[in-house]
Design a protein around this ligand. Structure first.
Ligand SMILES: CC(C)(COP(=O)(O)OP(=O)(O)OC[C@H]1O[C@@H](n2cnc3c(N)ncnc32)[C@H](O)[C@@H]1OP(=O)(O)O)[C@@H](O)C(=O)NCCC(=O)NCCS
Length: 141
C-alpha cells in the first residue's frame, strides 16, 4: 500500500533526496548543482512511501495565486502503477488549499501526456532546461 504525505523540506529532505538523485542525476543526467536549488527550502514536498521506502516525490512552490509543481519522480521499478498520478493530484489539492488559482509546471516533453490526463494544457514553445526539452503546462484551479 502507498502512503502519501505533504511536508516541509526540513522533514522531507532525508527521505526524498536519494530518490531525486537516482532519478534526475543518475537516470536523466541532470547536473547535480542544478538539481538542488533554493526553492526546496520554501516548497511543500510530497512523499509517497511503500514498505517504508520512498517511491515517489514532487514539490509545490506557491507564490501568490500561482502554484508551481516540479521535481516529479517515481522510482523506476514502480512506474505506471498510478503513484505519479496520486502525487500530482495531492499537489493540486494542496495548491487549492493554499489559495492558488493556477498550477503551472515545466513538463519534460515525454511526460506531456501524463500531465494532460489531469487536464494540464501546454503553453508556448518547447525550451531547454538542464539539457532536456520542456514545455510549460497550466491548469486553472
Ligand atoms: C513522469 C512520472 C512521474 C510518471 O509517474 P508514474 O507513477 O509512472 O505515472 P502513473 O502510473 O501515475 O500514470 C498516470 C497516467 O499517466 C500515464 N503516463 C505515465 N507516464 C506517461 C508517459 N511518459 N507518457 C504517456 N503517458 C504516461 C499512465 O499510463 C497513466 O494513464 P492512465 O491513468 O490512463 O492509466 C514517472 O514516469 C517518472 O518519474 N519519470 C522520470 C522522471 C520524470 O521524467 N519526471 C517528470 C519531469 S517533468
Amino acid at each position: 500500500m502507498i502512503k502519501l504525505s505533504i511536508t516541509s523540506w526540513a522533514e522531507a529532505q532525508s527521505l526524498v533526496k536519494p530518490l531525486r538523485y537516482e532519478v534526475f542525476v543518475v537516470e536523466q543526467k541532470v547536473p547535480e548543482e542544478i538539481e538542488w536549488d533554493e526553492f526546496d527550502e520554501v516548497a511543500w514536498h510530497a512523499i509517497a512511501t511503500a514498505d517504508n521506502q520512498t517511491v515517489g516525490t514532487g514539490r509545490l512552490i506557491v507564490t501568490g495565486h500561482i502554484a508551481k509543481i516540479g521535481r516529479m519522480a517515481v522510482q523506476s521499478s514502480r512506474r505506471n502503477q498510478g503513484i505519479g498520478k496520486s502525487i500530482l493530484n495531492a499537489l493540486i489539492q494542496a495548491a487549492k488549499e493554499k489559495g492558488a488559482q493556477e498550477c503551472i509546471l515545466h513538463a519534460q516533453t515525454h511526460a506531456i501526456a501524463f500531465y494532460a490526463k489531469e487536464d494540464f494544457e501546454p503553453h508556448g514553445p518547447i525550451f531547454d532546461e538542464a539539457g532536456i526539452p520542456h514545455v510549460e503546462m497550466r491548469l486553472i484551479l
